[in-house]
Design a protein around this ligand. Structure first.
Ligand SMILES: Cc1cc2nc3c(=O)[nH]c(=O)nc-3n(C[C@H](O)[C@H](O)[C@H](O)COP(=O)(O)O)c2cc1C
Length: 209
């Protein structure tokens, strides 16, 4: 199965080849993999900032534990969750869905109202967790698509969201930097690529009932 071979091939890349950039056609495929990611109710309550600017990557590096991947990668993906669920996000979604699926206005309005009521049942903490969790699923799609295209990636939580929010002016858009991924091509000098995978044995990881 190619999928498993690809998952064995991929690893959290520590050193990227700074001379290689992801071509536009492949970048568009990576974007499409994120776009197709399922999300609760289909709302997609996040935005993904894709950074190619070397200057911007240099600015972000000190707020990313000085990890080399930030500046050496081709493109840095910043997965940003919306900080709150505004009615307008749900209205936008209902409008889009109604247009595509030809749902009549009354039924669409009822859908929107029940969706807002359902989400309002969550505590603020539950809402925050719920919003952040959605970005991780999108990250998973990106990592899988990267492996399929033989593009290297490093998922990263080692950064300071507060500074990212500030530098990328995310707060004014109602966004929060949640998790990031450096993407590009591995350097032959990255020794980590030659390590065998460290994973829990299946007997510990799974329980079949
Ligand atoms: C959400 C998440 C955050 C991570 N953060 C970092 C990070 O900040 N820096 C880093 O070098 N690796 C980071 N990693 C990589 C993991 O350490 C790595 O995926 C794990 O050890 C398994 O190794 P493999 O991906 O090479 O198979 C992160 C992975 C995930 C999924």
């Amino acid at each position: 199965m190619d999928f498993i071979k690809n998952m064995e091939w991929r690893y959290a890349t520590k050193r990227f080849d700074t001379t290689r950039k992801i071509p536009r056609t492949e970048l568009d495929l990576l974007k499409r993999s994120i776009q197709l990611t399922p999300s609760p109710y289909g709302l997609q309550l996040y935005k993904v900032i894709i950074i190619a600017s070397q200057e911007l990557k240099e600015t972000l590096k000190p707020f990313s534990q000085h990890q080399h991947q930030i500046t050496d990668c081709s493109h840095l993906f910043v997965f940003c969750n919306y900080s709150t669920v505004k009615d307008e996000y749900i209205d936008d979604y209902i409008r889009t869905k109604s247009g595509i699926l030809h749902i009549d206005a009354d039924r669409a309005a009822a859908n929107g109202t029940s969706l807002k009521a359902k989400i309002a049942e969550k505590t603020p903490e539950q809402t925050t967790n719920w919003l952040k969790n959605q970005t991780y699923l999108a990250l998973g799609s990106l990592l899988t698509a990267c492996a399929d295209l033989k593009i290297d990636a490093c998922p990263m939580e080692g950064f300071e969201p507060k500074h990212y929010n500030n530098i990328l002016r995310l707060e004014e858009k109602g966004l929060n930097a949640c998790v990031i991924a450096a993407t590009g091509y591995r350097s032959t000098e990255d020794k980590v690529q030659y390590n065998p995978k460290v994973r829990k044995p299946a007997g510990l990881l799974f329980e079949e009932i």
